[in-house]
Each structure stands twice: as C-alpha cells, then as structure tokens.
Design a protein around this ligand. Sequence first.
Ligand SMILES: Cc1cc2nc3c(=O)[nH]c(=O)nc-3n(C[C@H](O)[C@H](O)[C@H](O)COP(=O)(O)O)c2cc1C
Length: 364
Amino acid sequence: MGDGAVGALGMTVPVVQAPIGGAATPQLAAAVSGAGGLGMLALSWSDPAQIRSAIERTGALTSRTFGANLVLDRPQFERLELCLAAGVRVISTFWGDPAPYSAPIHAAGALHLHTVASAAEARRAVAAGVDVVVAQGWEAGGHVWGEVGTLALVPAVVDAVHPVPVIAAGGIADRRGLAAVLALGAVAGWIGTRFLLAEESGAHPGYRAAVAAAAETDTLLSELFDGGWPDAPHRTLRNSTVREWLAAGSPPPGSRPGEGEQVAVRRGEPQLRYSSDIPTTGVEGDVEAMVHYAGQGVGLVRDVKPAAEIVRELVGGRRLRSVTLPRHEGRKATFRPCGGRKVAFLPSPRPRPVLPSSLLGESG
Ligand SMILES: Cc1cc2nc3c(=O)[nH]c(=O)nc-3n(C[C@H](O)[C@H](O)[C@H](O)COP(=O)(O)O)c2cc1C
C-alpha cells in the first residue's frame, strides 16, 4: 500500500466514493471502504442524531477508514465537532472557505480534504492547511463549483500544489476514466454518478432507472433546483421539470412552471418541485419530477451492481501508488478510524516526486 495520504486515508485502491447526498448511505460508504477504496458520508444537512447514527452504522459495517463531507455554504462547526467526536478521521469540505476548519480537523488528528475548481484556489486551500486537494471538473454531477473540465483542471492543480496529493472528480465512470486521471497526476478518482447505481446506494429506483437510461448529452448545468440551496450551479438530468422550464423560456425563480407545487412526499414531508433534495428510497409521488443530479459520465453508467464490484471494475487490479503527504512529514500522528483498525500517518523519509512513470501503478 502506498504511504502518506493514501496510507492515512486507509485506501488500497485509488477510488473514493464521492459524497452523493442522501444516496451516500452507511451501507454504500462501508462497502466502498471495505473494497479498499474510501467511502464518504454526506452529512451537511443531517441533525446530530442522524450524524451519530450514520457514523455508528458505517463503523459497524466496516473496520476500515471512511470519511464525512460537509458543504460550507453554511457554518458547519457543530457538525464537524460531532463527526470528529464520533471518530471520523477523514473530513472533506466543499463550497466555501476551508481555512477555519483545518485547525479543528488537525487537532483531532484527522485529515482535511477540500474540493476546488482552479489551481489558484488549490494553492489557497493548501496554504490554509488542507492536506489533500480534490479537483472537481465541470463534467461533475451534483453541485459544480467551477468552469474548467477535468482534463485541463487536474494537471493544473497537480502542478500548482505538488507534492500535495490531488484527487480528481468529474466524469470518471469507468476504468478508462480512472486511468486517465491517474495519468494526469491524480492519486485517486472521486466518483459520484457511478455509485448512484451501487446496490447499496440510497437513490430511489426511479432515479436509478433514469441514470441507467441517460446518454452523456442528457445533463444540464443550471441553478434550477434551488430549494434549500440557492444560487448554486448544479448538473442534473433533463427530467420533466427541466424540460418544462426550458420550454417556458427558462424563467427566473418566482415565475417558473409549477413553482411551489408539491411533487412527492418523504417520510411525511412534502417535497416541492424545485427542491435540491434527491429522491431517495421510500420517497413517494412523482419521483421523476425531482432533481436527478448526474455528471456527464452518466452515459457510461448502465447497471446496478454491488459497490465492491464497481470498485473492482474501476480499478481492474490497479493498486495505489506511493504518494507523499507533505504536511505530515516527520509527524508521528496516528489515529484510530471508526471500527478500530489503527492507521498511521506514515511520513516518507524524503519527499518523493510525483513522476509520470509511476502514475498508473501496478496492475494485475
Ligand atoms: C447525487 C449527488 C449528490 C451530491 N452531493 C454532494 C454533497 O453532498 N457534497 C459534496 O461535496 N459533493 C456532492 N456531490 C458532488 C460529488 O461529490 C462529486 O464531485 C461528483 O459526483 C463527481 O462527478 P461525477 O458525478 O461525474 O462522478 C454530489 C453529486 C451527486 C451526483
């Protein structure tokens, strides 16, 4: 297994299951971590009881490291404290300034991952204390932070923050995409849309069917599904809500077709047409009209499979290569991820350059 970030992240293969809202169930995160990748919980909107329960359930299903994601469009210090207190040692942040979060994350002996969309932002994140940078390309499903495609973004970010490890996100849906981002200098792929079709995902069967049927041309980047998260561009499938809005001439909020209309029910709670919440298992009603986040890699996503099988297919025998974790060079930090397996920050004796020849790792 690689040392540094990868050792600390507890991975043996270069696959991170991206936080994908309510589809990122404990079962999914545990299955991905159990398969040697890194499973992530998405806890940005969860209350304290839900946070504790999700972390506890994940820890009961795997002894391997898993992470938690917090979206910084709102203060997340309380949720962060709960995650750290519950033993999570990999924290990812997105959509805001990571700087105030690094100190508490490091004080708990945890690693800080932050998602960026440019080289300049990556440099700022590292200066602020971020340990591992996630570079999210424009192809990505869900909320999209920047405007640069994965192919151009990843090497720019890799060069900007070298030797800090970079994980690539956006449009990676099969082993060819994963091989491509490793060739660009990423240490791993951060994969969302593909895992919507994992057996363990919490995505509603209707949402999964739409993902499985979609072509790479079937997504749209808009700010349409703004209920609960306004002014935030996101990539979704062109479902009936999107089509009707486009047909009406893309009117602004307040005058969109079916504004304020209830389309479904989640545990007794009405779900409005332009809500930013995805349909998860158990939602009842016009599920098709609800937001269907998906990246442009959706055209490659066809079948529902156990998450471990998806991980195996993605890596095709590829192992993680060695990378350094400069911020922790020489530091004797160890931590115990949920479930008890001890994982150490393993400082390299010397910083190792990231060489193109080493990028694709071993296979077979
Ligand atoms: C259904 C869905 C929900 C998402 N929710 C989150 C989230 O809660 N937090 C976050 O940081 N990113 C979220 N994202 C973005 C992903 O973390 C990731 O950047 C993206 O899925 C990568 O692109 P891909 O879908 O092409 O693999 C979401 C993506 C999807 C598809």
